[in-house]
Ligand binder design. Structure first.
Ligand code: FE
Ligand code: FE
Length: 319
């Protein structure tokens, strides 16, 4: 069912993939104000999908039951829910510092989006066998080490810029380039690789990915418009990008991804029959992919997307 009042980039069936959409669309904060969001998201992307998927879409039992697929997905969801929780809190600063109504409205909607992502990633753990009374303790047990090693240092950079320096545009750059720009392609990989083993999780990712198209394109446009009006800020923002990248180099993010991808591979090896001829991307059967290939593909998407967006923002020196 398509509804002409829902913008195509937010329509469940018509929206592009995250990497394609964030690499090609142009949306501004003024385009994506509260009126847009109310129509596009609660009444559009999420209609009938309060938990991020239709109620009759369920994880496959091989993923619901204990085993490597269950471990890989629960670790991933726990980590992602903490990341989204931290993003939501950081966005509270963005809203407080927003220089005008367009950015105030847009970042208010992004704050809601990220709080929703935290909620749907966390709640999906219930469908994977985690008891409700144990939900928060389980998130902690599964992801506290990765949180401390990867997310807390990134959060500290964001807080230094937003809370301590009250630098709105610096916060936009941290969020758009250093956090979401790096993590988004991993989310797209997740949608594609879980499609067979847990279609509900894949749908949760699909919905978050549709939101992410908006976050990346609008964030880039806010940075672009700021730099056109304030070219004197360019050096400072380039320095911030350099600082953020130096921080990333020290984070054990690749180790974390490889660990989860290795668990996924164990599950894939054990259940090749289920994967069948499903193609993770055109011309490539999921069953034939390897840990390295999946990680490298997501990395290549990230590089290509970042390159396009940095040029668009006027920060091509950062490539
Ligand atoms: Fe998010
Ligand atoms: Fe986001």
């Amino acid at each position: 069912m398509t509804d002409a009042s829902i913008p195509p980039e937010a329509d469940w069936d018509r929206a592009p993939s995250l990497v394609d959409g964030a690499g090609s669309l142009e949306l501004t904060a003024a385009d994506c104000d509260l009126r847009y969001w109310l129509r596009a998201v609660p009444q559009g992307t999420l209609r009938g999908k309060v938990l991020g998927h239709d109620e009759d879409v369920r994880p496959h039992e091989v993923t619901r039951n204990p085993g490597p697929l269950n471990e890989a997905l629960t670790q991933e969801l726990a980590f992602r829910s903490i990341a989204e929780d931290k993003a939501t809190r950081a966005l509270g600063h963005m809203v407080a510092l927003a220089p005008d109504t367009a950015t105030l409205e847009f970042y208010t909607t992004q704050l809601m989006d990220e709080a929703r992502h935290a909620m749907v990633f966390r709640r999906h753990l219930l469908s994977l066998g985690v008891p409700e009374h144990d939900l928060f303790a389980t998130v902690d047990r599964l992801a506290a080490a990765d949180r401390d090693a990867v997310l807390v240092p990134l959060e500290n950079l964001g807080l230094q810029v937003l809370r301590d320096e009250r630098d709105f545009i610096g916060g936009v750059v941290v969020l758009t380039i250093l956090v979401e720009g790096v993590l988004a392609p991993a989310a797209q990989l997740s949608e594609l690789k879980w499609r067979v083993f847990d279609p509900a999780a894949a749908d949760v990712e699909r919905g978050a990915g549709i939101d992410e198209i908006r976050h990346l394109t609008v964030g880039s446009s806010v940075a672009r418009e700021h730099l056109l009006a304030h070219p004197e800020d360019k050096e400072r923002l380039l320095d911030l990008i350099t600082r953020g990248r130096a921080l990333w180099e020290k984070l054990p993010a690749t180790e974390m991804t490889l660990r989860r991808e290795t668990l996924f591979q164990k599950g894939l090896d054990a259940h090749r029959d289920l994967a069948g001829d499903y193609e993770i991307w055109p011309g490539r059967r999921l069953a034939d992919t390897t840990v390295e290939e999946r990680v490298e593909t997501a990395h290549a998407w990230s590089e290509a997307m970042q390159r396009k967006r940095l040029i668009y923002m006027g920060l091509e020196e950062a490539i």
